[in-house]
Design a protein around this ligand. Structure first.
Ligand SMILES: NC(=O)c1ccc[n+]([C@@H]2O[C@H](COP(=O)([O-])OP(=O)(O)OC[C@H]3O[C@@H](n4cnc5c(N)ncnc54)[C@H](OP(=O)(O)O)[C@@H]3O)[C@@H](O)[C@H]2O)c1
Length: 231
């Protein structure tokens, strides 16, 4: 892994991923909306920025060229297929064999075997309908984006984040294949560690074509039940 592209680098998750990628000595290319470029001033010339919307196919094609890995923040904003457009552009234009790592939340299920608590089901049902009605966000579009990724024969990983909080790193999160696994019960991860897991996934071949649901390694459930992606 020498060079990575971060699609959606200006958000909180994107900036943490940039920090972790630079700390590993990777060259970093990033895509973010033009109005968000200034959020990245502190990185100076340590990163190469390509301003543009993350579903702009020509922007993504340009950004991922020559990159060994692509880290994509999948967001469901708007109702015009932002997440699907972003994912499809990455799938279409990333270098053959590149490691592709995408972010989403626990609400995405690869095989329907996740077991969700009432809070998450309620959130998805209520937020999903209200956001779609107000044309603010489209959770179904993020679901569709992930279905396309799952169906792809690229070297993908879809990292499914728990609830997130700010704070110092607690270390690499642990993961499970399915929500409902007791190791995930605490449902909390530091955002910097979600980013750490995304960057870690670039070089962990055991995560290829996996959709790990992650939780802090310091959380009560992780301490009680261990972890490691076997369930
Ligand atoms: N928040 C949570 O609790 C949570 C939990 C689990 C998983 N996740 C996953 O984590 C990822 C990002 O989460 P985050 O909360 O940490 O957010 P974030 O890092 O702040 O990322 C938000 C991203 O959305 C972009 N964005 C915001 N408004 C937009 C708009 N109107 N049109 C297009 N792009 C827009 C931002 O770009 P700009 O900088 O240009 O605004 C930024 O790249 C997502 O994949 C999400 O599913 C989040």
């Amino acid at each position: 892994m020498k060079s990575v592209c971060i699609i959606g680098i200006s958000g909180k998750l994107g900036q943490y991923m940039a920090e972790h990628a630079l700390a590993r000595g990777y060259e970093v290319v990033g895509v973010c909306r033009a109005e968000s470029v200034s959020k990245l001033d502190r990185f100076g010339d340590r990163i190469t920025l390509i301003p543009g919307r993350t579903n702009d196919r020509s922007v993504v094609e340009n950004a991922v060229a020559g990159c060994d890995g692509v880290l994509t923040v999948l967001v469901p904003w708007g109702v015009e297929g932002y997440a699907t457009g972003t994912a499809q552009a990455v799938l279409d234009f990333a270098e053959p064999g590149a490691r592709l790592v995408f972010s989403c939340g626990w609400h995405i299920s690869r095989d329907g075997r996740d077991v969700y608590g009432w809070k998450l089901r309620l959130f998805v049902a209520v937020f999903g309908r209200v956001a779609r009605f107000l044309r603010f966000a489209d959770l179904e579009d993020q679901v569709e984006a992930c279905q396309r990724i799952f169906a792809s024969d690229t070297a993908w990983t879809v990292v499914r984040g728990s609830d997130l909080e700010e704070g110092e790193s607690e270390g690499l999160p642990v993961w499970a294949r399915h929500v409902g696994d007791p190791v995930l019960e605490s449902n909390i991860t530091r955002r910097t560690d979600f980013a750490l897991f995304m960057v870690h996934a670039l070089t962990d071949d055991s995560l290829i074509r996996e959709a790990p649901a992650v939780v802090s390694c310091q959380s009560a459930s992780a301490r009680a039940h261990g972890g490691g992606g076997e369930s």
